[in-house]
Ligand binder design. Structure first.
Ligand code: FES
Length: 207
């Protein structure tokens, strides 16, 4: 039997729980954050995006059907509406559960020209997984992504809130060791950072 965690098709959609099955998991802090965010927007529909970031953090980096249903419930929107938003944006993880660290490899033109696929192949060999897969220990997920808008650092990787580039095989070796030693998930760290940005007072951006 393969050591890999086999993931669902990227087209697989989160399943909606029945209302009687709803198991709300937001922490008190998350509920308070959502309440504050509601005051930043003219209506609850506009709060779906930050609400989903809170959910991605609270549910360990993956928006399953329960996470989407909880956002819909707390914002008084339909499940279909929230699911439509969550599955539209690639930064929300809806296709499958992800590992503690998601390594995103840019293979767009500049990175491709600077050896992105050599780095991708090295990562695949070291981790024993392909794109869209997670290691059996649940630590790493590997994804291929489009341009991350830092082409001067090609070949570039994104891990949580951090960019790494230009990278070579020696850098990748050090990076994987560093990530294995970290206690915190970089996937939920990114979600938390984005929630904190949303919570900034609106007047921070004016003038
Ligand atoms: S092509 Fe990789 S960051 Fe732009």
């Amino acid at each position: 039997m393969s050591d890999l965690i086999h993931l669902g098709s990227v087209n697989e959609r989160p399943k909606a729980p029945r209302p009687e099955e709803l198991n709300l998991r937001f922490s008190d802090e998350a509920i308070a954050e959502l309440d504050r965010l509601k005051t930043h927007y003219p209506n609850l529909k506009a709060c779906i995006l930050p609400g989903l970031w809170i959910a991605q953090r609270e549910y360990g980096g993956y928006l399953n059907g329960e996470a989407i249903a909880e956002v819909a419930h707390r914002l008084h929107r339909s499940y279909a509406e929230v699911e439509g938003v969550a599955t539209f944006y690639s930064m929300y993880n809806t296709a499958h559960a992800v590992g503690k660290h998601m390594i995103e490899v840019c293979t767009c033109l500049s990175c491709h020209m600077c050896g992105a696929y050599r780095i991708a192949d090295y990562l695949k060999e070291k981790l024993g997984i392909g794109f869209g897969e997670t290691t059996a220990d649940g630590v790493f997920t590997l994804h291929e992504v489009e341009c991350l808008n830092a082409c001067d650092r090609a070949p570039l990787l994104q891990i949580g809130p951090d960019y790494h580039g230009p990278v070579d095989q020696a850098y990748v070796d050090r990076l994987l060791d560093d990530l294995r030693a970290r206690a915190q998930s970089s996937v939920t760290q990114l979600a938390d950072d984005i929630v904190k940005v949303h919570l900034q007072p609106a007047d921070r951006y004016s003038g």
